[in-house]
Design a protein around this ligand. Sequence first.
Ligand SMILES: Cc1cc2nc3c(=O)[nH]c(=O)nc-3n(C[C@H](O)[C@H](O)[C@H](O)COP(=O)(O)OP(=O)(O)OC[C@H]3O[C@@H](n4cnc5c(N)ncnc54)[C@H](O)[C@@H]3O)c2cc1C
Length: 507
Amino acid sequence: MQFFPLPGLCALSAAASQHERFLALSDCLASNSVPALTVTSANYSSAIEPFNLRTPWYPSALAIPANAKQVSAAVKCATKYDLKVAALSGGHSYAAYGLGGANGSLVVDMKQFTKLEVDDASGIAKIGPGMRLGNIALGLYAKGERALPHGLCPGVGIGGHALHGGFGFASRMWGLTLDTIVSMEVVLANGSITEVTKSSNPDLFWALRGAGDSFGIVTEFRMQTVPAPSNGVLWNYTFPSATSIVSKIAILTAAQNFALTAPPEIGLRILFVISSVGLTADFQIYGSYWGSRDDFDSVIAPLLQEWPEDTVGVVANRDWLDALISFNNGGSLEEPADYNQHAVFYAKSIMTPDPITNASWSSFISYLYSPQATSEAPVEWLAEIDLYGGRHSKIASFSTEDAAYAARDTLWTFQLYSVSDLTGSVPYPKHGFAFVDKMSESITAPMPDTRFMAYPNYVDDAYTPEEAHRRYFGKQYQRLKEIKRKVDPKMRFWNPQAVGVGEGFWG
Ligand SMILES: Cc1cc2nc3c(=O)[nH]c(=O)nc-3n(C[C@H](O)[C@H](O)[C@H](O)COP(=O)(O)OP(=O)(O)OC[C@H]3O[C@@H](n4cnc5c(N)ncnc54)[C@H](O)[C@@H]3O)c2cc1C
C-alpha cells in the first residue's frame, strides 16, 4: 500500500515536465538549424558512449554544430530551457565530463570542427577542437614539419587536452599544450561569439587555459607551432637485479637527482605496471631526448654510473613522427572519424612540487609489492610518474599570472590508474577505488608538509567539488570564481567539479 502518494506524483509530473523540456529543446535546436541527436534518435546510444565506460551519462540532447553560430544557437536554446551545457571534443575525460558528468545536460559535440591550417610566416596553426592529437601531429608535420607539445595517445581530443594542460615528452622543452595557445574563438554563456586573446580579453584568456570547461566552448584554437626536432632518442632502462625495495629506491633516488637538473630535451617517466597489454617489465624508466645520440649519451652517462651494472638499456633514434608512433606502442597516429575506443578505469593524480623522500618511495613500493595490494588490485594497474619539472623545465618557466593552470612548480606527476577491462564488458570493481586510494596515500602520508595538487586533465570524480577546486587550482581558484561570476553567473557551463559548483552564493 502507498501511504504517501505525493512524492510519486511529484516525480511523475517532474518527469513529464522534463520530457516536455527535452521536446522543446529539440524543437529549438531544429528551428535554429543545429544538427542534433535526441534520446529518440537511432544513433543516440552510440554517440554518447564515453571513452571511460565507468561513467556513462545521458544528455538531454547532443547538438552537433558545424560552425560557431550553431554553437551559439545551441547555448541559447539551453539557456531558454535552463539546461546545463558541456562541450564534447575527443571524449577522453576520465569521468566523461564532456558528456556533462551527470544526466540531462545539453552536450555540444565539436566533432565537425576539424580545421587544421598553418600560417607559413608565423607558424601559428588554426585548429578545430574536434581534432584528435594523432591527426594533428600528422597534419602539422605534413605542413612544413611543424609540431606542438601534447600527450602520447593519438585518440585524445585537443579540446579538453589543451584547455586543462596537455603534457607529453616534449613538454619540458616546449611547455604544455595550453602554453602554445595565442588566441581562441569562444562561445560564451550568453551565446556571444568572442575573440579571446591576452590583450582583448585577458581574464578569459587566463581562465580558459587551465579551467576551460567552466568558461565557454572553444570553437577554434590558434597555437604557436615549432619546427619538429630532426632527431629524437628514445630510451628505456630495466633493472633485473633490483628485486629488493632498497635497490629500487637507490635507482629512483639517482633518477630524481638527475631529474632535478636534467636538460629540457629530456622526457622521463618511471613506470610500475601489472598489465596484460604487452608491457614487459614491472618497473622501468624510459623517455626521450630531443637531440643527437651523441648528446644523449653524454647527458645520460652520469645517471648510468649511479645505476646497477646490469641495467639493461634499449636506445634508438627516431624522427618526430616515428617517436610519436613508438609512444603509442607502434600504433598508427591516424584516428578515424568514427573513433570508437573504450576502457573501464579509475585514476588519481598526484602532483608534487617537492622531491619524493626515501620514506615515501619506500612506503609506495612496499604497498605496490605487498600481498595486500596484489589481493586488492583490479586485474591491471599502473603507476606512471612523469617528470614535469626540474630546474630547466619550460613548464615551470610560466608564471601563475600567465594562465589558470596552477601547478607550475610540479616536479613529478603521478598517475595512479587501474583498469578492469579494455573492452568495456567488465564493470569497474568497488575495491578498485580503495586500491588506487591506498597507492595514493602510500606516497602522500610520509610527506605531510608537501602541498600535493592534482592534474586537471586527469579529473578525479571521487573528489568533492571543494577538494577538486583546491587540488586542481590551489590559490588560482579565487580569481577563477570571480571571473565565472562575471561571465557565467547562471552556471550554464557545468560539470560536477566546474568552477563555482558547491559555492553558497550559487545555491
Ligand atoms: C587514453 C588516454 C590517454 C591520455 N594521455 C594523456 C597524456 O599523455 N597527456 C595528458 O596531458 N593527458 C592525457 N590524457 C588526459 C586528457 O588530456 C584529458 O582527458 C582531456 O581533457 C581529454 O580531452 P578530450 O577533448 O578528449 O575529452 P572531452 O571528454 O571531450 O573533454 C574533456 C573536458 O574538456 C571540456 N571540453 C572539451 N572540449 C571543449 C571545448 N571545445 N571548449 C570548452 N571545453 C571543452 C569538456 O566539457 C570536458 O570537461 C589521456 C586520457 C586518456 C583517456
